[in-house]
Design a protein. Structure first.
Ligand code: COA
Length: 360
């Protein structure tokens, strides 16, 4: 079997242009810039404009990632969107992205594991590339959480923001790429963070709307307690699965939910501040989008270079948590065609057998 790993060859993000500061929230709810800053690290967040939604943000991020990877949409064979705030219950936001990009050969579906959605989507795309059923995948984390916020509930509305991040993950013969990905869940803790109405269990009705049941509800203190331990456990597991230690990691890119959580995770994992990427001050918690936005910004700011090893860690509603280790590539594969890496992935057993005969 050709020894293909899955490497990131392009990345991009998009944050809507409307910026809402903590001072703006002072006019909406009983809060203060000082409270929000000291308790969360957040100074501002971006909110989508009318007419924007999760798919429009995702499409813009995807275009940047494809451009950087020098990949045409027609070469994609997989699009996975991680999101807890999709455009619709169905069709999948990934299908809207597929159509807008003209990715005519791509399968497309959404993954929902709240703030762990991006790592979940990455794990799936990685597995499909390793298994030979995808070669060129677009992995997106995108959210428009502002549409699910109760702007009278100060305990939640100040925390979240909108945005999207994307990576192109593709088969490579080089010995780099995603080295490990671990996922966990504890569904018994689902009540800690949820949107209760609008699904099949509690369909949207006049009553659910009047009671604000279609908004995010959270037991913040309980979530906080679980967050640090779950992220650290997952990170240590992902490091062990990759056969590396924290010393081998150049940059920790944690889910951006709360600066105090990030600091506690970094301390417990013995990462000095210069090895931890933080941008929560500008975006708030963008859930599934937070890690791909952070990866993209880190690369744009020169904090991530080709060959660096990155540790990703996230936790979120579900309760879900996970982590991944990868060697960062971040540039196009120069000689895809010579390496037989262009074109659709194996779809049939015959295709797969054909691929086994490919040179490694
Ligand atoms: N402005 C001012 N006061 C606020 C406030 C706000 N926006 N939100 C809550 N408060 C108040 C509370 O009502 C409480 O008042 P009380 O003592 O009179 O009841 C007080 O501040 C302290 O609340 P507490 O919950 O103890 O604060 P905290 O230090 O735990 O911080 C969170 C609250 C939400 C910031 C914190 O719990 C948190 O970040 N949790 C994790 C949330 C998260 O990451 N969720 C996403 C998961 S992916």
């Amino acid at each position: 079997m050709a020894n293909h790993n899955a490497v990131v060859t392009g990345y991009g993000f998009h944050a809507p242009s409307r910026i809402v500061t903590n001072r703006d929230f002072e006019k909406m709810v009983d809060t203060s810039d000082e409270w929000i800053t000291t308790r969360t690290g957040i100074k501002e967040r971006h909110f989508a404009a009318d007419g924007e939604s999760t798919s429009t943000l995702a499409i813009r991020a995807a275009k940047v990632a494809l451009e950087r990877a020098h990949m045409r949409p027609a070469d994609l064979d997989l699009i996975v969107v991680g999101s807890a705030s999709p455009d619709y219950l169905f069709p999948a936001t990934a299908c809207i992205v597929q159509s807008a990009l003209g990715a005519e050969h791509a399968g497309a579906f959404d993954v929902e594991a709240a703030c762990t959605s991006f790592i979940s989507a990455l794990a799936i795309a990685n597995g499909m590339i390793l298994g030979g059923t995808a070669r060129n995948a677009l992995v997106i984390g995108a959210e428009t959480l502002s549409r699910l916020l109760d702007f009278t509930d100060r305990t939640t509305c100040v925390l979240f923001g909108d945005g999207a991040g994307a990576v192109v993950l593709e088969a490579s013969n080089a010995s780099v790429g995603v080295e490990s990905a671990v996922l966990h869940a504890d569904g018994s803790k689902g009540e800690l963070l949820l949107v209760r109405a609008g699904g099949t269990r509690m369909p949207a009705s006049k009553e659910t709307v009047e009671q604000g049941q279609h908004f995010i509800r959270m037991q913040g203190g309980e979530v906080f307690k679980l967050a640090v331990k779950s992220m650290c456990d997952a990170a240590e597991e992902a490091l062990a699965a990759a056969g590396v230690t924290g010393d081998d990691i150049d940059l920790l890119v944690p889910h951006q939910a709360n600066l105090r959580i990030i600091d506690a995770v970094a301390r417990r994992l013995h990462f000095p501040p210069e090895k931890v990427f933080v941008n929560i001050q500008h975006y708030g918690n963008t859930s599934a989008a937070s890690i791909p936005i952070a990866l993209s910004e880190a690369a744009e700011q020169g904090r991530l270079h080709k060959g660096d090893r990155v540790l990703l860690a996230a936790f979120g509603g579900g309760f879900t948590w996970g982590a991944a280790v990868m060697e960062w590539w971040g540039v196009p594969i120069p000689d895809r065609r010579e390496k037989g890496l262009v074109g659709r992935a194996a779809r049939t057993v015959d295709d797969l057998l054909e691929r086994v005969r490919l040179p490694g």
